[in-house]
Ligand binder design. Structure first.
Ligand code: ZN
Length: 251
């Protein structure tokens, strides 16, 4: 079974289409939330995801843009983008977003969990081992995939010792890259595929991951896409300029 794992697409259609094309055929597509918010193509991205996603959990931006939560916790840029997105969303898109469940969602015979933020609470960021410590020990699933931080990689735990998972992405001639992690039976993992539509780990290429349950690997990918087009459409939509700029910066 090959599962394509996508998180934090944030209304970036150009990045999503590049990732779907590059990933090729997969048995399942898992969506870790924040499908909308920030980017200029919320309806088109929802349409794509409702067609391909096998399993989905909601993100904090999905909740706010769908009118299920207040934007009071958001910074002014995120709030402006959420209000713009909410006004753009069609009834069909709103309905799909409102139906997304809160994580964690268990799958693969309870060996895998999907969540937006921490599996202990969907809105909590897992930025470092301090944040990862409790979920690594409390989750019944051996491997939890999460998003929310827009940083590819994660954390692991083995016999009382923890380690970081830092994908070594070396660009090939075609500007793509990938790095595979072998999953070991006696280890526990918290893994972030990175953000498709707004990476914040210093690499502006779209990020995603593929779980191969036969090979027992998780492969972390980076895929170039037309950032100028995605950024230009953010500017034309009247969304904050910073949202276009940060796509180039990968921050
Ligand atoms: Zn996000």
């Amino acid at each position: 079974m090959r599962a394509l794992i996508l998180s934090d697409i944030h209304g970036n259609l150009e990045a999503l289409l590049a990732v779907l094309a590059a990933a090729g055929a997969c048995d399942q597509v898992w969506n870790l939330g924040d499908v909308v918010g920030y980017g200029a193509s919320p309806n088109q991205v929802v349409e794509q995801m409702r067609a391909v996603a096998t399993l989905s959990v909601r993100g904090n931006h999905d909740k706010v843009c769908a009118g299920l939560a207040s934007a009071a916790q958001f910074n002014p840029t995120a709030r402006d983008a959420a209000m713009w997105t909410q006004a753009q969303l069609s009834e069909d898109s709103l309905e799909w977003l409102r139906a997304q469940p809160a994580g964690p969602l268990l799958c693969q015979n309870d060996t895998v969990a999907l969540s937006h933020g921490s599996p202990l609470h969907e809105d909590i960021y897992i930025l470092n081992i301090r944040d990862a410590w409790a979920p690594l020990q409390q989750m019944q699933a051996r491997c939890t995939f999460f998003g929310h931080t827009h940083v590819q990689g994660g954390f692991g735990w083995e016999a009382g010792r923890w380690f970081e998972v830092r994908p070594l992405q070396q660009r090939r001639d075609d500007d793509r890259s990938q790095w595979a992690l072998s999953m070991e039976a006696d280890k526990r993992y918290l893994l972030n595929p990175g953000s498709v539509g707004q990476p914040r780990d210093g690499d502006c290429r779209a990020a995603y991951a593929v779980l191969d349950s036969y090979a027992k690997t998780v492969t972390f990918h980076r895929e170039p896409y037309d950032i100028d087009l995605a950024g230009g459409r953010i500017l034309l939509a009247g969304l904050p300029e910073r949202l276009a700029k940060r796509l180039h910066q990968g921050r």
